[in-house]
Design a protein around this ligand. Structure first.
Ligand SMILES: Cc1cc2nc3c(=O)[nH]c(=O)nc-3n(C[C@H](O)[C@H](O)[C@H](O)COP(=O)(O)O)c2cc1C
Length: 209
């Protein structure tokens, strides 16, 4: 039976130990990534690239770059969620996004040019540090989407920032404008789900009726 949203949210936790022998089926993994692709992003630009590592040797090579956290080798796969800062130029994200949205949404030439100009004006004026921060924010949203769609299928995950981005880039041979931002191992838990600790509702939620 399908899980309710409440069950999905309660199922997800930061899994520290995965059953290394239990693998996610290829078709299921494909579906998870396909749904993750639907995550929202600022202006819809999708400044991200998701690298799905199932190769055992590559996972082993990644582990030292992730402070040897056990999830990296134990998980069925490791999704390295990267921010893209290659927005400008003929091969940049913006150019491709303008073409894609024109094709998908049927914009006229004029609408498309004006959309492209609006995107360039607001995004290409950012410094490289601002652009990186902006792109990374989008990646975190996609990370949450990935963890929830995984949970719905009974697949465990762990959001991870505990890695050295430069080393991860080196292992994966990434271009400098593809920036590892959040690593999400996926698989099946090999541990009890711990009790959650959270601030009480009234500490976190302030209602203005
Ligand atoms: C951005 C981010 C980075 C995190 N990095 C790590 C990490 O490197 N290793 C790890 O084991 N857990 C990591 N966590 C998991 C958190 O410790 C965990 O989500 C938090 O304690 C709440 O527990 P829960 O997710 O099980 O509800 C990270 C969580 C987030 C959101």
């Amino acid at each position: 039976m399908d899980k309710s949203m409440k069950e999905v949210v309660e199922f997800r936790f930061a899994c520290k130990h995965f059953d290394a022998a239990k693998k996610i089926e290829d078709g299921v993994l494909h579906e998870l990534m396909d749904l993750t692709r639907l995550s929202p992003s600022s202006y819809g630009v999708q400044p991200w690239k998701f690298i799905v590592v199932t190769n055992e040797d590559l996972k082993k090579a990644l582990a030292p770059a992730c402070y040897n956290q056990p999830q990296i080798v134990e998980a069925s796969c490791v999704v390295v969620m990267c921010a893209r800062t290659d927005l400008a130029g003929d091969n940049g994200v913006l150019h491709h996004y303008v073409l894609k949205s024109k094709a998908d949404l049927g914009y006229s030439d004029e609408e498309s040019v004006s959309f492209g100009n609006m995107l360039s004006t607001s995004l290409l004026s950012k410094s490289s540090e601002e652009l990186k921060a902006w792109a990374q924010k989008q990646v975190y949203l996609a990370g949450m989407e990935l963890m929830l769609v995984a949970a719905e299928k009974g697949i465990d995950s762990c959001p991870m920032e505990g890695f050295e981005a430069a080393k991860v880039s080196e292992v994966l041979g990434l271009a400098k404008d593809i920036i590892p931002t959040l690593i999400v191992p996926l698989g099946y838990r090999n541990m009890e789900q711990p009790k959650k600790t959270r601030f009480d509702f009234d500490v976190v939620v302030e209602e203005r009726k």
